[in-house]
Ligand binder design. Sequence first.
Ligand SMILES: NC(=O)c1ccc[n+]([C@@H]2O[C@H](COP(=O)([O-])OP(=O)(O)OC[C@H]3O[C@@H](n4cnc5c(N)ncnc54)[C@H](O)[C@@H]3O)[C@@H](O)[C@H]2O)c1
Ligand SMILES: O=C(O)CC[C@@H](O)C(=O)O
Length: 395
Amino acid sequence: MYDIKVIDSFTNKQLSRLKLAKAYVKDTDEPYGIMVRSSTVPDSLITDKLLVISRSGVGVNTINVEASTEQGVAVLNTPGVNANAVKEAVISTLFSVVRPLTKAAEMVQTLSGEDILLQAEARREEFIGRELQGKVIGVVGLGAIGVQIARSAYDLGMEVLGYARRDQGLDFLEQVDLDELLRQSHFVVIALPLTEETRGLLSEERLRQMKQGAYLFNFGRGPIVDTTGMLAVLKEDSLAGYYTDFPEEAYLGNDKVIMLPHIGGNTQEALEGGERLARKALSDFLIYGTVRDSVNFPSARQLFHLPYRVTLFYKETMDILPDIMQIFNQFDLRIGEMMTNRKGECVYVLIDLDNDQSQIERAIEKIETINDIKKVRLLKRPQYKKRRKVKKIIK
Ligand SMILES: NC(=O)c1ccc[n+]([C@@H]2O[C@H](COP(=O)([O-])OP(=O)(O)OC[C@H]3O[C@@H](n4cnc5c(N)ncnc54)[C@H](O)[C@@H]3O)[C@@H](O)[C@H]2O)c1
Ligand SMILES: O=C(O)CC[C@@H](O)C(=O)O
């Protein structure tokens, strides 16, 4: 039985399905698993008992991934699940800054009388907009979200520039360096994760390179844009505005800043999809040791035919697999199937066996003494009840 701590709200429908993995929601300080959305996972929960953190969503800046890796805890997420939602939010904010439709509709509500159409038309000049077609958009970060935004902007007839660390080979945009992108774009959209590398990437110096009258949209994370720098640049009237999904007190009352309450991915479709994938990823990890999307574990999947599976996670400072194999031999364990995969210096191994459980447990005790080993688990092949055949009654 696994105790699962649930941070943030998840639907009962998904939480009740955890029981398929013998996992049950419990408010404990020492869980085996954590389900979370964008709230911070306290470091105190990352104990050696913890096996997995499953994030419904993409950004993992609220999870101490380094500490998790040290404890052999898999940090799973659901990349791509909210990319369409964020893309649609970005496209609608782009339209909202060039077309004052909401303001125009509000004005109409102030009118009265039979000739309301004439009165309204007389004020049309107050609401002249601009078009996106033909303008330059720069997309910073070409992952699931960035690529979708770039593609839609291209379909709207915009000229699309993109910034990524590697050539993405996309034919609907021109990849340029960040400084060039900032100089050329009328609209710049940030679709990056928050990392040590991206924190403050949009520094005052970089913001000053932006085109006169350009807009910046931040749907990545707040600290990617330097707040002091942004306030200074906005004061000088070089930027037309800053649209951010991450409210900051320093921007309150600034009429050039529009802040949303972190709702880029906040659609019913994205939330339901994220919850389902995060719950399933957690269940599959607990039952089978399977890893699909993780920021610190390599992906791993193997059919579970034999009665037992040993999963091993280690940070490789030297090749320890021969030592592990030697222990398996010493305890006369016959490996049926095995797979190994790596992510950077982290290695994850699945080994399926058909031996006596106590024999495997003794081998595990010895494997746990090897330096670099972060986590070893012994899984039993799940026994699914056979479905009863339903006899067809033919009248
Ligand atoms: N506003 C919201 O509600 C919302 C919703 C989803 C995601 N996000 C944010 O958007 C981020 C991106 O989401 P995604 O689904 O596109 O993730 P993703 O992992 O598919 O893409 C991230 C991209 O950023 C690139 N990248 C990372 N560091 C970089 C750097 N220093 N320079 C250039 N490129 C770099 C990666 O290579 C990757 O291509 C998330 O991490 C999250 O912070 C926000
Ligand atoms: O979980 C959320 O509510 C927002 C998710 C979003 O910021 C993400 O990184 O996927």
